[in-house]
Design a protein around this ligand. Structure first.
Ligand code: SAH
Length: 385
């Protein structure tokens, strides 16, 4: 089957998640390349984007919203990008296929076990979302049931059927979210089966990932992205490295063997806990992680006269902030490796760093999100001169 045929997704209009499905994969890569050149080309040559050999079913994390349709039938699927309506999706070109099958099976089990779906308008009912995460290398599968209350009717029977039908599932977590709004997970979780997290492997290291921790969704491209980021950092074994916005510590830990020490900072306390465990899991003794705002942490470093040699920064889509960038300029590391999933905010941040005396040395786009408009880039900067 060629690209164009496979790209014919029956949900494409209603869902809106795959903005580039009307293009062949080769055309998509061209489109992204031009987009990155348009935004970042002013800073230097843009290398050719790295595409995927098999750009389907790459998402290791699948999130399904549950709702009732107009005929009060249970539907599960994806929030329409332009509204809060749930588009019924049983299988998606991007998502892990086992994860999709688990979600459809859960939908089918709800009536049998007298479990209701949460209704946003009336605030009644129980199940709101299901999140499935699958370790690409380890094969471990985590199912998170996000419900409006901790009372789980027929829990035992439900779980034994689910685990019997899907022996691949290694852990099940109940997360309670009784709030309005678009936040997926609530603050409280209860482990119903297994350890409450999955482990996966990246760059030959093991990583533990808790339900709320960020973890790159495309493991194949993540390994290439990290390898390039670490190559660009030019580590020799003597460097102090800051991994800012570090999540569960993946980039810093993958670089640890080539550096003197790694310091990681991350806002999400659960992710930091994972990062500390991950250092131990891999016997890495030269990495420290701390919970907090990266900008504040960087300001503290500047105030204390600390000077990392290399800074990896991998902020969320909104990019970094002035606090971080201005103190980065004060701290003045020899090399900055900026990883971004949004070239628009990356352009803004690079502009500030270039004004502050850095020069962009290398720009590598990576297609982490085939068929969607999103594009990842990794950029190396060093001091001018
Ligand atoms: N480098 C990691 C995570 C990147 S995603 C990886 O590759 O897996 C961006 C991370 O930044 C998320 O984990 C998010 O929780 C964190 N974050 C968001 N705002 C932050 C802030 N102000 N300070 C520190 N971390 C932040």
């Amino acid at each position: 089957m060629n690209d164009e045929n496979r790209a014919l997704c029956p949900h494409r209009r209603a869902c809106g998640g795959c903005q580039l499905l009307n293009l062949s994969y080769a055309e998509q890569l061209g489109h992204k390349q031009r987009q990155v050149i348009g935004l970042l080309g002013r800073f230097g040559h843009v290398e050719e984007i790295w595409g995927m050999a098999e750009p389907y079913h790459y998402r290791n994390k699948v999130h399904a919203a549950f709702a009732l349709d107009r005929r009060r039938q249970i539907v599960s699927g994806i929030y329409q990008s332009s509204s809060h309506a749930v588009v019924k999706v049983d299988s998606c070109l991007l998502e892990d296929e086992l994860a999709d099958r688990i979600i459809v099976a859960i939908r089918g089990m709800l009536r049998e076990f007298k479990l209701q779906v949460y209704d946003e308008r009336s605030g009644t009912g129980w199940l709101r979302h299901v999140l499935v995460r699958r370790g690409f290398t380890s094969g471990q599968v985590m199912v998170v049931l996000v419900a409006a209350s901790p009372i789980f009717k027929n829990q035992k029977l439900f779980l034994s059927k689910l685990l019997c039908d899907f022996p691949e599932i290694t852990t099940v977590v109940l997360n309670v979210n009784d709030r309005f709004g678009s936040l997926l997970l609530g603050p409280k979780s209860k482990v119903l089966y297994g350890s409450g997290f999955i482990e996966d492997e990246l760059c030959k290291l093991k990583f533990r990932i808790s339900p709320s921790s960020f973890y790159q969704i495309n493991p194949v491209q993540t390994e290439r992205l990290y390898a390039e980021a670490i190559r660009l950092a030019g580590l020799t074994g003597s460097e102090t490295v800051l991994d800012a916005y570090c999540g569960v510590g993946t980039i810093g830990l993958c670089a640890a063997a080539q550096a003197k020490q790694i310091i990681g900072v991350e806002l999400n306390a659960d992710a930091v806990r994972d990062a500390i465990v991950n250092a131990k899991l891999n016997g890495i003794k030269n990495a420290w992680f701390t919970a907090g705002d990266a900008g504040e942490f960087m300001e503290g470093m500047a105030a204390d006269g600390q000077k990392p040699d290399v800074v990896f920064m991998d902020p969320p889509r909104a990019g970094s902030d002035e606090k971080f960038l201005r103190s980065l300029l004060r701290v003045s590391p020899a090399r900055v490796v900026y990883i971004s999933c949004n070239p628009v905010t990356m352009q803004r941040d690079l502009t500030l760093l270039v004004r502050g005396g850095y020069r962009v040395r290398h720009i590598q786009p990576v297609d982490m999100f085939p068929h969607t408009e999103h594009v990842e880039s990794v950029v190396l900067m060093s001091r001018d001169g």
